[in-house]
Structure formats: structure tokens, C-alpha cells
Design a protein around this ligand. Structure first.
Ligand SMILES: C[S@@+](CC[C@H](N)C(=O)[O-])C[C@H]1O[C@@H](n2cnc3c(N)ncnc32)[C@H](O)[C@@H]1O
Length: 293
């Protein structure tokens, strides 16, 4: 029976791949639209790590600075940068594919120096002129893109000496969650709807991220890897946190019958994430600041 299920899962995945049933940008948009109103739960725990890449002394006391907040979400980074840079000539362009995330960002930031665009990030970059920006910020969004393509575009649209500020999840984050989804896929091959590639897009470690930037003639100003562990009182709370913060955005499209699957996933969290009366999940990310040479 087990072998039959394995073969069934494998064949179904090959079929989904060949028929291009892959979780795509529209699916991420849909899931971030749902998570938008609860995204602050992510920020409450993680913005302290984002702050590390928001070193912007080099942008202070300068005129006509233009900044890009790429995949800006609800605007945490833009809000922070605007509060630090008081000059009236500063301009921020904040782009995101999710109209709901942008709606919330607009509610929070009423500063005419910031303009918001709802668009796919890659399409946006392709439409931008060379050497336009003094700095680019990208918080927790790099794996949604073809990183090498995006880093090449960042290099093109940054001015000389412009800086790129990143915080990105890397391999080893949400340890155990991949396996939980893979095991659930094996249990419910008939419910498989789409396959998800994001885990293959995560940088392995900070050396890999460094090599992507070095290849594009960026020098390194700052680079570090951080871990954050979060605990919950029940497996349901852990699962809801992952869902409500967008941490597992995209997974909602892997299966067709979501309710049955959710039960099975929570059951696995109960068994695999339990330690000393709590349910634990880790986050691992790389923080980096790079300069265009
Ligand atoms: C984890 S949130 C990060 C938001 C914000 N940068 C922050 O640090 O709080 C990831 C964001 O990436 C956006 N995103 C995902 N795919 C995108 C795409 N193809 N183009 C533009 N934005 C995208 C999502 O809508 C979401 O707002």
C-alpha cells in the first residue's frame, strides 16, 4: 500500500510538473491578500531583525534620494526609512503584488514622499531606467523571485555606490515543515493540485548569497545569519501563525481539499514540533547590505 502511494504521488507530481501546475506569483498574491490583515503578527516578532539592515546613515543629509522598497508588504521598511530621513526631497517607491498589503501600507504611511505601486516585482524592475535609485530594500521576499535575475536588475537600476539591503530566509528555516508537507502529499496524492518550488529558491547560506551579489559587482558592507525560535501553546496556534503571517504562503494551493489536509498537517505538527510542553518553529535568515561598485 505504502509503495503504491509513493508511486501514485511521484506520478502525480510528474504530471503536475509537465502540465505546469506550479504555485505561481498569482497564488502568492492571493495568499498574501488573505494574510494581509494578520501580517502584523510577523512584524511583531521579526521587525527587530529587519532593523539590522536599515542602516541608512549614508543616505542622511542628502538631497533628492530615491529609494525602492521592493515587495514592500504593509510598508514596515518604508515607514522606518521615512521616519529617519526627514528631507522633503526624499522619494520612496514601494512595490508589491498584493493589493491588500499595499492598502494597509497606505493606511499606515500618509507621507507624500512615498508612492505605492501594485505590480509584480520582476515586471516592475524591467520597466525601470538604469541608475535611478540610491538604495533598494527587500525584506523577506527574495525567494519569491528568480534571485539571479532580480539581483542583476538591482545592479542595473542602482546608481554607482548605491546600496542593496536584504533580509532573506535561507535553507534550514521552518525546519520540519517541508517534511510535513511532503509526507502529507504522500498520504493524499489524489488531492494534489499544484507543486511548489520555493524551497529550491532559498539561498543555501550566506556564502551563496554573497556569491550571487559578487557576481554582479557588488561589494559587501555587512553580512550575517540569524535564527529566531518561536514557541506556541498548541499545534493549532503554530499552524495558524504560519498561515496568518504568510510564512507558508503558497502552500494553500498545494492541495484541493484543504480542511482534511489541515487536520493532517496539525496532527504532524503535534508530533514533530513538540518539546517541553510547547510547539516550536525556527526561522533562519540572512541579513546583508551590498554596495554597487
Ligand atoms: C514576507 S512579506 C514581506 C513584506 C515586507 N517587505 C516586510 O519586510 O515586511 C513578502 C511580500 O512579498 C510580496 N510578493 C510576493 N511575490 C511578489 C511578486 N512577484 N512581486 C511583488 N511582490 C511580491 C508579498 O505580497 C508580500 O507582501
Amino acid at each position: 500500500m505504502k509503495l503504491f502511494r509513493k508511486i501514485h504521488t511521484y506520478l502525480k507530481m510528474v504530471f503536475l510538473y509537465l502540465t505546469k501546475r506550479i504555485v505561481r506569483r498569482e497564488d502568492y498574491r492571493e495568499e498574501y491578500n488573505i494574510a494581509a490583515s494578520t501580517y502584523h503578527n510577523w512584524l511583531n516578532k521579526m521587525n527587530k531583525h529587519t532593523n539590522t539592515i536599515l542602516k541608512i546613515d549614508h543616505l542622511k543629509n542628502r538631497k533628492n534620494i530615491h529609494i525602492l522598497d521592493f515587495a514592500c508588504g504593509t510598508g514596515y521598511i518604508s515607514g522606518y526609512v521615512l521616519s529617519e530621513l526627514k528631507d522633503a526631497t526624499v522619494k520612496i517607491t514601494a512595490v508589491d503584488i498584493s493589493d491588500k498589503m499595499i492598502e494597509l501600507a497606505k493606511d499606515k504611511i500618509s507621507d507624500s514622499r512615498c508612492s505605492f505601486i501594485v505590480q509584480d516585482g520582476t515586471d516592475f524592475l524591467f520597466g525601470e531606467e538604469d541608475e535611478k535609485y540610491d538604495a533598494i530594500f527587500c525584506g523577506y521576499a527574495l525567494p519569491y523571485f528568480n534571485q539571479k535575475k532580480v539581483i542583476k536588475e538591482f545592479h542595473r537600476i542602482l546608481k554607482k555606490d548605491g546600496t542593496a539591503h536584504f533580509i532573506t530566509n535561507c535553507k534550514g528555516t521552518l525546519k520540519g515543515i517541508d517534511e510535513i508537507y511532503i509526507d502529507t502529499m504522500k498520504e493524499y496524492p489524489s488531492s494534489l493540485n499544484k507543486i511548489m518550488e520555493i524551497r529550491y529558491q532559498l539561498p543555501k547560506n550566506q556564502n551563496e548569497l554573497k556569491s550571487w551579489f559578487k557576481r554582479r559587482q557588488f561589494s559587501i558592507i555587512f553580512l550575517d545569519t540569524v535564527k529566531e525560535i518561536v514557541s506556541f501553546s498548541s499545534p493549532e496556534n503554530l499552524y495558524n501563525w504560519l498561515k496568518n503571517t504568510g510564512a507558508i504562503a503558497g502552500t494553500g494551493h498545494i492541495f484541493t481539499e484543504d480542511e482534511k489536509i489541515v487536520e493532517s498537517i496539525i496532527d504532524k505538527i503535534k508530533n514533530r514540533c513538540y518539546y517541553e510542553d510547547k510547539y516550536w518553529i525556527n526561522h533562519k535568515f540572512i541579513q546583508g547590505i551590498f554596495k554597487k561598485e
